[in-house]
Design a protein around this ligand. Structure first.
Ligand SMILES: NC(=O)c1ccc[n+]([C@@H]2O[C@H](COP(=O)([O-])OP(=O)(O)OC[C@H]3O[C@@H](n4cnc5c(N)ncnc54)[C@H](OP(=O)(O)O)[C@@H]3O)[C@@H](O)[C@H]2O)c1
Length: 344
């Protein structure tokens, strides 16, 4: 086993966030390299992920209910990570294997293998295992499966389109021959979606003529709305739903910091009109528990990477101590593609 020549560290929850996330909600602490018991292995994390949904997991009362236990203060943040096995007392995992799992915001983690995925070399750079080849890409894949695949002549509309999940949805729809329209904030994200990911059209949610841009981009309406953000924007989109369309709730990014976001706008009447008048359906989904589809997902993504049809964009922040700020930035200054933090 070869360890890095510096004191291992971890990022723990220091206080339950109130309103917008702050760096001071987290603390960076020194910690020993954990012992490896029979049936487990030691991973040295290379890249650690920041994800919007972690904001829910560190709430004092996650999802506003007592059915999901809160993370105890002082516990390591349970983020996804990719790294190398450097010691193993597990019969099925070998030293040298590259694996992805919920190893947490720390330099070293011990795992029993539960929920751990071996990262195939066909995914290219190992940080892709946290982006297009990991949770965001798999979310895009599962959401499109739940929607019944990509159908000819139909339009998929995607909110949060320039983010990790949204860019994966766009790339998959285009690779499968569909039409995809994005919603993103600002010119840089619009250019990225049109020029790099291959979106057919993009509406800028910050522009004063946002609704007019949607109307131009959606002449035949929306068959599938892949919604990553929730919040008040639902009221802007619902009038564009086509007859029999599907609103797919992937995530509620706009509501994680403030569950009441959008309550100034009562979205329910226009949504109910669409449900009644156009037979629109609303459905949530999760990529958790969908492991049976993982090999097919990895196969499709590997082929698209090899052919150059997908060019993943990954922003690498350097240093474990910068994880808290990177997580805060997801909500305050989001960028294009996937954000990961290099900790090795
Ligand atoms: N269902 C599942 O199994 C599953 C799994 C993983 C993730 N998710 C969800 O998928 C969503 C996207 O995750 P991600 O990793 O792609 O996040 P991300 O990379 O941070 O991108 C999210 C995007 O949302 C947009 N956004 C942020 N705040 C917004 C607001 N108030 N109103 C409208 N748009 C806003 C931002 O784009 P603009 O500013 O450009 O609009 C940002 O690019 C999240 O809600 C996450 O929880 C679901």
């Amino acid at each position: 086993m070869s360890l890095d020549n510096k004191t291992p560290q971890k990022v723990v929850l220091q206080s339950y966030p109130e309103g917008n996330l702050k760096q001071s909600d987290f603390a960076v602490e020194d910690c020993p390299v954990p012992d490896v018991a029979d049936g487990s292995f030691l991973v040295r994390n290379s890249f650690v992920s920041v994800d919007p949904m972690l904001r829910i997991f560190i709430d004092k009362m996650p999802l506003g209910s007592s059915s999901m236990p809160s993370l105890p203060l002082g516990n390591v943040i349970p983020g996804a990570a990719v790294g190398e096995i450097i010691e193993s007392r597990h019969p099925d995992f070998k030293v040298g294997e590259i694996v992805e799992g919920r190893f947490g915001w720390q330099h070293y983690a011990v795992s029993t293998g539960q929920g751990v995925v071996r990262v195939p070399a066909s995914l290219g750079a190992i940080e892709n295992a946290l982006g297009i080849g990991g949770l965001p890409g798999f979310t895009a894949y599962i959401g499109l499966s739940v929607a019944g695949g990509v159908k000819e002549g139909q339009t998929v509309l995607v909110s949060g389109a320039a983010g990790a999940v949204g860019s994966a949805v766009g790339a998959l729809v285009k690779a499968r021959g569909g039409r995809v329209v994005g919603i993103a904030g600002g010119d840089d994200k619009k250019r990225y979606l049109l020029d790099v990911v291959g979106y057919d059209a993009v509406a800028d949610r910050n522009a004063p003529d946002f609704n007019a841009q949607l109307a131009v981009a959606l002449p035949n309406g929306v068959n599938v709305y892949f919604d990553n953000v929730g919040g008040p924007m639902m009221a802007d989109v619902v009038p564009f739903m086509a007859y029999g369309g599907l609103i797919l709730i992937s995530g509620l990014m706009a509501q994680y910091q403030d569950p009441t976001a959008g309550s100034q706008t009562d979205n329910l009447p226009p949504v109910l009109f669409a449900v009644m008048g156009k037979g629109v359906r609303i459905q949530g989904f999760s990529q958790y528990g969908q492991d049976a589809l993982r090999p097919a997902f990895e196969g499709e993504i590997s082929e698209l990477l090899a052919s150059g049809a997908i060019q993943p964009e990954v922003h690498i922040v350097e240093g474990l101590e910068n994880l808290p700020q990177a997580q805060v930035n997801l909500f305050e200054h989001s960028t294009t593609g996937k954000v990961v933090v290099r900790v090795a």
